[in-house]
Design a protein around this ligand. Structure first.
Ligand code: ADP
Ligand code: ZN
Length: 754
């Protein structure tokens, strides 16, 4: 058990302490406004912006916790309720995090209370894993000052003295062989004091043995990149460095060295990685180099999460590594933020506040005045363009793989020819089949990637064209073998497959479209001796299933690793010589302006798993659109040409990174209510949008028009600049109140418009 210690540095430096008669308070209610409360005299001068207070709310005056966000000398309100008490004796959030909450609330059009809630984890707010205990402490008062000490009382005092540390009343009474009442009488005499303390029961495993780091000599490119970062660190100011390095070029090694410099200077670093890249392999690389590493991932229990948060806040972590929300880690002396795979859309939160962790990280770096490193083999076009347009941005490139290994040659396989020249349906093309066969003979390994899980992605009637759809979502159902069921990939609903067409009763139901299960089946049929491991969210339900499959593959117990995104990211297996992208068309056909960018990123990432060892490697990209420019350029590892072409298209259409997008989404179980609400919003937006130079696209039904019984409509807004949006939302945000039975969401910089 450890007693709580409070941060030694003052986190409130530069933050106003409020001594005003009134304060404004943000409440976590989803209401986009703040509330005014009177500040009792005893609390004036003791409250700081961002501190939590308990306040009465509503007719019944139930107590809720809010955040103080400002002071007021007067108010026009007739009736003002009073702040009840402070919830935290010390404020939990440092100044930069409070500032970040204000920024997020404004930029992402989110109620302030929700912005604070995103920053301070629920586990911390609810004090998970802590309990309040009482301890008996001997006071300074000499026994001589007391009339008489009874023998029972004497035994208690002796026990306490022998123990050398405070004891809980009950425990002390047990040891002294008396009742708690005896201790109370000692308290009345002033000989002991009963103190209330908060303790945690966390086991600490933060400190682990450091391994001797392998002697790695940086390549000249790595050395240059590191020097750039060190210059930024030395300048002790905000700046962004885009580290664009091909897969296997040693980006992580550069981060590790940069962080070492930060830690040596007594400061802390935050490293953000996509959730699926937060593997034991990744964490190990950091734990090998640094003694105090805190890991924040989505699988933590509340108690674990709270413990990690405390460790970070109290200075017991030099490096914080985590997914999206780790950007809010309460480090005391932030020195550097690293975002690996900065192009990943999993950095975008899909509930309110819909923040992008990369952009929040850049804002935090700006607020604190420290450098931010963005790493990627395929930077988002936003970051790529920012390097060219913004003064604070610079770039460093790692064009070579470590050890002079070449990037693997990529062969585009025309699936139209495969369909024309072969009998039957084949998911695996002839060239890929031959390469798998050869790799297997040489005891080398293969990774196969496919974006879809399940067996067949559509079920339809050959006679009438009826397609099996989820009754709750306007989405086709996926057929899964073992057990044979139809599943909705959006709401999870499971149904029995029909034997006859529900529409025309013909027994001509056909399965179409390929999922990972079908690939697995075909591979097993073609190569009965090959051992295949399938990794998708279906096969990975068990905790730890992911890691055991990967270690089986690493140990050579599997020949082929087949799966969805999970196999595309970050894996480093030198014995993999063949990589196959089973269907490159899936991502290309998404109705989203980023479809080309996503496809390029995906092919590059998957291809990057090949040829990481001395045996080299080759990549096969199967597609029905072999002449598509994106696929051609990805096959040539030609990011710059891709970026140039795609940026030209975006610029012509005013899409990001040249303009900004926002989306207003309306949902209701009633189709009519949703449609009416979005029409009403559209009408109200016309004039303010015109003034701000903002284009309105829609309203229209979302591409996914119905999800989990909710009908969905949206409006897309296109602004020339982020500033135009800020002013627009400042004026509009309180005007967009949805009617009853309708939900509304505003998504600024949406990553998906489905
Ligand atoms: P990236 O993050 O760019 O994909 P990594 O940092 O994971 O690349 O490096 C790939 C592999 O090369 C890792 O196993 C790493 O330990 C190793 N490596 C990195 N830099 C060097 C170097 N300068 N010399 C030798 N090996 C290196
Ligand atoms: Zn569904």
């Amino acid at each position: 058990m450890t007693t709580l210690t409070m941060p030694q540095t003052d986190p409130n430096l530069g933050r106003p302490t409020l001594a005003t008669p009134f304060v404004t308070v943000a409440l976590p209610l989803g209401l986009d406004r703040t509330f005014t409360y009177a500040l009792p005299k005893r609390l004036r001068g003791h409250v700081i912006t961002g501190q939590r207070v308990a306040v009465p709310f509503g007719k019944g005056n139930r107590t809720i916790t809010g955040w103080v966000v400002g002071g007021l000398e007067t108010t026009d309100l007739k009736e003002v309720k009073e702040v009840t008490e402070l919830v935290d004796t010390e404020p939990l959030l440092s100044l930069d995090l409070v500032d970040l909450a204000f920024w997020m609330s404004r930029y992402y059009v989110t109620p302030l209370g929700q912005a604070f809630e995103a920053i301070l984890p629920a586990a911390v707010r609810q004090n998970a894993g802590f309990k309040t205990i009482q301890l008996v402490v001997r006071t300074e008062k000499p026994e001589a000052e007391v009339d008489r000490v009874l023998s029972k009382q004497r035994r208690v005092l002796d026990r306490l003295a022998e123990s050398g540390a405070p004891l809980a009343p009950r425990e002390l009474a047990r040891q002294a062989g008396c009742t708690v009442a005896v201790i109370k009488s000692l308290e009345e005499k002033g000989l002991v004091r009963i103190e209330t303390r908060q303790v945690d029961e966390f086991a600490r495993d933060l400190f682990i043995e450091l391994e001797e780091p392998k002697a790695i000599h940086l390549t000249p490119e790595q050395g240059l990149a590191l020097q750039r970062i060190k210059n930024l660190l030395a300048a002790d100011t905000f700046g962004v460095l885009l580290l664009q390095g091909v897969t296997g070029s040693g980006k992580t090694e550069v981060y590790l060295r940069a962080i070492a410099a930060v830690v040596e200077a007594g400061r802390q670093a935050i490293v953000l990685v996509p959730e699926i890249a937060l593997t034991p392999q990744t964490i190990r690389r950091f734990r090998e180099r640094f003694t105090q590493v805190a890991v924040l991932h989505s699988n933590l229990t509340d108690v674990e999460r709270h413990r990690q948060w405390r460790d970070i806040a109290e200075g017991r972590a030099d490096v914080v590594i985590g997914a999206r929300s780790a950007v809010f880690a309460p480090v005391r002396d932030l020195g550097l933020i690293v975002i690996d795979e900065e192009h990943e859309n999993s950095f975008k939160q899909d509930t309110s506040p819909r923040y992008h962790a990369r952009d929040v990280a850049i804002m935090r770096g700006h607020l604190v005045g420290v450098p931010v490193i963005l790493g990627s083999a395929t930077p988002s076009l936003e970051s790529y363009q920012n390097v060219r347009a913004i003064q604070h941005y610079q770039e460093s490139r790692l064009a070579q793989r470590v050890g002079g290994r070449p990037l693997p040659p990529v062969q585009i396989v025309d699936m139209r020819l495969e369909a024309a020249e072969r009998k039957g349906q084949h998911v695996i093309s002839r060239p890929l089949e031959a390469a798998i066969d050869e790799a297997w003979r040489k005891q080398e390994q293969v990774i196969l990637f496919l974006n879809r899980r399940g067996f067949a992605t559509h079920l339809f009637c050959v006679r009438c064209g009826h397609v099996a759809k989820c009754p709750d979502c306007d989405v086709g159902l996926t057929y899964h073998t073992k057990p044979g069921i139809l599943q909705c990939h959006y709401c999870g609903r499971r149904l029995k497959p029909p034997e006859k067409c529900p529409s025309c009763s013909a027994e001509t139901i056909n399965y179409w479209g390929t999922g990972t299960q079908r690939v697995e089946e075909e591979v097993s049929r073609k190569f009965p001796e090959i051992r295949v491991g399938r990794m998708d969210s279906d096969s990975m339900k068990r905790r730890g299933g992911h890691e055991s499959l990967l270690s089986a593959f690493r140990d050579g117990e599997l020949d082929i690793l087949l799966g969805t995104q999970m196999v595309a990211k970050g894996l480093d297996f030198p014995n993999v010589t063949v990589v196959g992208v089973v269907n490159a068309d899936v991502a290309l056909s998404l109705p989203d302006f980023r479809a080309n960018e996503r496809t390029f990123q995906l092919i590059t990432q998957v291809a990057g798993r090949a040829g990481r060892g001395p045996k080299g490697g080759q990549v096969f990209v199967q597609t029905f659109q072999p002449e598509h420019l994106t696929i051609q350029l990805a096959a040539n590892h030609d990011y710059d040409s891709f970026a140039k072409d795609e940026l030209a298209t975006r610029q012509a259409r005013g899409y990001p990174p040249f303009g900004r997008l926002a989306r207003i989404l309306v949902r209701s179980q009633s189709r009519q209510k949703a449609a009416e609400a979005i029409q009403a919003f559209a009408g109200r937006l016309i004039e303010p949008a015109r003034i701000a130079g903002i284009t309105i696209l829609g309203p229209q039904p979302c591409p996914l028009a119905k999800l989990s019984r909710f009908w969905r409509y949206h409006i897309l807004l296109k602004a020339p600049t982020a500033k135009a949006f800020l002013h627009f939302w400042d004026r509009m945000r309180t005007d967009l109140n949805p009617p009853g039975g309708v939900q509304m969401a505003i998504d600024v910089d949406p990553q998906s418009t489905l």
